[in-house]
Write a protein that binds this ligand. Structure first.
Ligand code: SAM
Length: 209
């Protein structure tokens, strides 16, 4: 039943551009853990949310093969920028090449290193942040992001249901990291929050003051 619903949603969602289809295929053929790549529906959601927020400065934590950064870049207005942070330095050359040769890629700046070290070095007031890096450190990412997010700005956090493991009370480090984050934001005085039960769980947060 879920598979049929997923197929229906995919068939009735705007088509995935050819260059992203190719990137997704390449990711599945050549990378470990290819399921980390956003893919068709999640990519269209990110593009739609970006168009709704209409941000000037976007920060992404966790580039992987660049799929989500390209989807966000698709919806950016001229002059807007996305900065994306990836800890795996072996991906850097291929990501730079990919962004150079993809639509919207000129709006993307790649930063290689640990997000927790790089965030404080970037002198921007972010309009939108997409958290999709190490699940163990979502709370620490939030601590670094919140003072650098404009009031009224948005955070999108991926994998916040972690394949259902969160409600099952799983105790592995990643599940614990996500559960801590969900608890922290649920009653945070500066945040409005809603969890969308999409794919692996996508949380939308808005900074209220
Ligand atoms: C789920 S993948 C990102 C998927 C990508 N955003 C997409 O939707 O296609 C997570 C990525 O975060 C990176 N990562 C993990 N820990 C990190 C850290 N501390 N700082 C920056 N990147 C990190 C991993 O190397 C991996 O490429």
């Amino acid at each position: 039943m879920q598979r049929e619903i997923d197929e229906y949603i995919t068939a009735h969602t705007s088509p995935e551009p050819g260059y992203l289809k190719e990137l997704y295929r390449h990711t599945w053929l050549h990378r470990l853990y290819p399921q980390m790549c956003s893919g068709h529906v999640q990519g269209r959601i990110l593009k739609m949310l970006t168009a709704m927020v209409n941000p000037r400065y976007v920060l992404e934590l966790g580039t992987f093969t660049g799929y989500s950064a390209l989807c966000i870049a698709e919806a950016l207005q001229p002059g807007a920028e996305i900065h994306t942070i990836e800890i795996d330095d072996e991906s850097a050359d291929s990501l730079i090449e990919l962004f150079k040769n993809s639509p919207g890629g000129e709006k993307i700046t790649l930063h290689v290193g640990d997000a927790l070290e790089i965030i404080p070095e970037l002198n921007y007031c972010w309009d939108m942040v997409y958290i999709d890096a190490n699940k163990r450190h979502y709370c620490e990412y939030l601590d670094e992001i919140l003072p650098r997010l404009k009031t009224g700005g948005f955070i999108i956090a991926d994998n916040t249901l972690w394949g259902g493991k969160i409600t099952e009370g799983a105790r592995d480090a990643q599940s614990v990291g996500i559960a801590r984050f969900n608890d922290l934001v649920a009653n945070h005085p500066q945040l409005e929050v809603v969890i969308l039960p999409l794919r692996d769980g996508l949380t939308l947060l808005r900074k209220t003051d």
